[in-house]
Write a protein that binds this ligand. Structure first.
Ligand SMILES: [Zn+2]
Ligand SMILES: [Zn+2]
Ligand SMILES: [Zn+2]
Ligand SMILES: [Zn+2]
Length: 419
């Protein structure tokens, strides 16, 4: 298809979200398919695709920008009245000079840049593919379409060796940035993963973590806030008919304390206490629980959680830990990791959902709602075993309800999938 349409035209081709080499090869397989001076922009989440695809293709396009507007040289092509029609003004082209380019005819004065409205004379290109016959000056096109880095706020550079623009984009926030910021020490927010723009300063927590202002706005800093959040999560469980008889204490700690306790587990000193860590996106522990085993009964004595995390993240972590405790207290033993982590994430997700759904979130800022969506998205797309468990568990709960799912887990150790 591409071959036929574009082989003597100068085009700008944008291929968005390419994920297979085959797609690239089909649409932009060879430079002969396009006129000289064409540009091809490929967006992909898989950098290797660009490495594997023929670089020569891009190099030559950037080099050669010869004349591509054919004056008086288009093949005769007429409307019913026997006239060529100008794609700019829609009037007949009766006599004199005309241009034939990007698949249409134009009065020379009608071939203008749709961005700045000034005439295009030579060495320009346009954006075909949408049938709109929309020409641009190169510089105008760049100003409108060349991706801008959300971190350093400049145009994302074209890689000289390959002739293509390469950038990274966060899948949820859609923050776009130069690949170099992944290596130049630009910090990310410890709660939402967004990169710190150079012009904005993130908050520095006393244990060295950096947090963006949106996340910092609802942070859980002190025991009082933490305790009230804990009671809210507990009330959520009680509404689901899940009661906690015993006292659980939540202790806010810094990164160092948390790492120390996690280290205890790594060293294998868990004969008396079991310490567990939930890992944040940056693979650092954000919470630990300490379960003391007393004469064969587990008692959850305390939950340690990182201070300073936004309220919705803190609450979802607490919900997960409380489900952990609830499973222990109610005799759910020897569950496979997928079922155990999965059902715990289901409860964390349900709590987030109840907080961000329209009724209860009326007092919440839009930024906070968006954060809630992000934390849900992180659970949904988690690629670890607990993400897999979540997806199966969530399907089961949607289909059979929470209690039928829990009963099924208790008797079979598995999620009810084909009930
Ligand atoms: Zn015209
Ligand atoms: Zn222009
Ligand atoms: Zn940048
Ligand atoms: Zn943040």
């Amino acid at each position: 298809m591409t071959k036929k349409c574009f082989n003597n035209k100068k085009v700008l081709l944008v291929l968005d979200g390419v994920d297979q080499l085959g797609q690239l090869a089909r649409v932009a397989g060879n430079k002969n398919w396009f006129g000289l001076g064409s540009r091809i922009i490929v967006t992909t989440r898989d950098e290797r695709l660009l490495e594997e695809h023929d670089h020569e293709l891009y190099d030559e396009f950037v080099e050669g920008l010869p004349e591509s507007l054919n004056l008086d040289s288009c093949p005769p092509c007429v409307n019913n009245d026997g006239f060529r029609v100008c794609a700019g003004c829609n009037r007949n082209i009766e006599r004199g000079r005309y241009l034939g380019c990007i698949g249409a005819f134009w009065h020379p004065e009608c071939f203008v840049c749709i961005s700045c409205n000034l005439p295009i004379t030579d060495l320009e290109f346009s954006a075909p593919g949408d049938d709109s016959h929309s020409p641009y000056h190169i510089s105008c096109y760049k100003a409108q379409h060349h991706p801008n880095c959300d971190v350093c706020k400049t145009f994302i550079p074209i890689r000289k060796s390959h002739g293509h623009i390469e950038y990274r984009q966060h899948p949820f926030w859609l923050q776009k940035y130069c690949p170099s910021h992944e290596r130049d020490g630009t910090p990310r927010c410890c709660s939402c993963e967004r990169m710190e723009p150079w012009a904005t300063k993130y908050f520095l927590l006393s244990d060295g973590r950096k947090q963006c202002s949106e996340c910092n706005d609802s942070e859980i800093m002190d025991d009082h806030k933490c305790n009230s959040l804990f009671l809210q999560v507990q009330a959520f469980f009680e509404d689901l008919d899940m009661k906690f008889e015993q006292q659980i204490q939540v202790i806010l700690v810094g990164r160092r304390t948390l790492n120390k306790d996690t280290e205890v587990e790594r060293l294998g000193h868990h004969n008396l206490s079991e310490t567990r860590a939930v890992f944040s996106p940056s693979a650092e522990p954000i919470v630990t629980s300490i379960l003391r085993m007393l004469k064969g009964h587990s008692r959850i004595t305390s939950i340690q959680m990182l201070y300073g995390l936004p309220r919705l993240l803190s609450g979802s972590i607490l919900a997960e830990m409380m489900m952990h405790a609830w499973l222990r207290l109610n005799g759910y033993r020897n569950l496979s990791p997928e079922v155990e982590f999965g059902i715990r994430q289901v409860l964390a997700y349900m709590w987030l959902d109840s907080e961000t759904s329209s009724g209860s979130s009326s007092t919440m800022s839009n930024e906070e709602k968006k954060l809630g969506e992000f934390f849900k998205h992180s659970i949904e797309t988690d690629t670890t075993i607990s993400g897999r468990g979540f997806r199966t568990g969530n399907q089961a709960v949607l289909r059979h309800g929470l209690w039928r799912t829990l009963d099924h887990i208790r008797t079979t150790g598995a999620f009810p999938i084909d009930l």
